[in-house]
Design a protein around this ligand. Structure first.
Ligand code: COA
Length: 169
């Protein structure tokens, strides 16, 4: 009996988020974050922020969602910027660079859209490789208590020093 060769895996496509993607995204986020998902400080920002689907990115392997990152328009003081999160990659596809690709693509889209900076709450040991740092966000106030060392910023353009609460635009 002849053995059929495996077909190659479908190529990965990075696409802006569409309304019909939401069910697959919810499933992926539930798996990635578990029941603690909605108690995060970032979730309080997402309650008032203006969602930017055109700057948010889904990674598709065929019909399967492999990863997602979402961006939201906010401001700190007079400076408009975007808030990044959640970021999640399917557990079976981690450590292959996909999380990095999603962060970089979302940042490229934000920069091309004229945004001055990207803010997030996350692990600095992961995000510093993409140019995020805690020091420039030291005076940024999240809407609920958070370890300030996890509030990270990457700037693309000159802007005022950031200080004060994260607010709706
Ligand atoms: C974080 C996450 C998106 C990374 O996705 P990924 O596709 O594996 O990312 P990359 O391939 O770009 O990078 C993987 C590398 O980052 C490291 N890494 C992952 N999470 C890390 C963290 N929190 N702190 C430090 N390093 C981390 C991995 O160990 C891996 O290192 P290696 O290449 O030496 O094995 C993924 O692990 C995930 O979905 N986690 C659950 C949800 C989550 O925590 N999201 C981030 C919220 S801030």
């Amino acid at each position: 009996m002849s053995v059929q060769p495996c077909p190659p895996p479908p190529a990965l496509r990075l696409l802006s988020e569409q309304p019909q993607d939401s069910a697959a995204i919810e499933r992926l986020l539930d798996h990635a974050f578990g029941p603690g998902r909605f108690v995060k400080s970032s979730e309080r920002v997402r309650e008032f922020a203006d969602f930017a689907p055109e700057l948010s990115v889904c990674a598709w392997e065929g019909e399967r969602l492999a990863g997602v990152v979402r961006l939201w328009r906010v401001r700190v003081g007079a400076t408009p910027l975007v808030f990044l999160g959640p970021l999640a990659v399917d557990a079976a596809q981690r450590s292959a660079g996909l999380g990095g690709m999603l962060v970089e693509r979302a940042c490229e889209l934000a920069r091309a859209a004229g945004e001055a900076a990207v803010l997030l709450v996350g692990d600095e040991p992961y995000f510093r490789r993409f140019g995020f740092a805690a020091a420039p966000a030291a005076a940024v106030r999240m809407p609920s208590p958070v370890d300030q060392r996890r509030v990270l910023l990457r700037s693309f353009a000159e802007h005022d020093a950031l200080a004060g609460p994260v607010a709706a635009r």
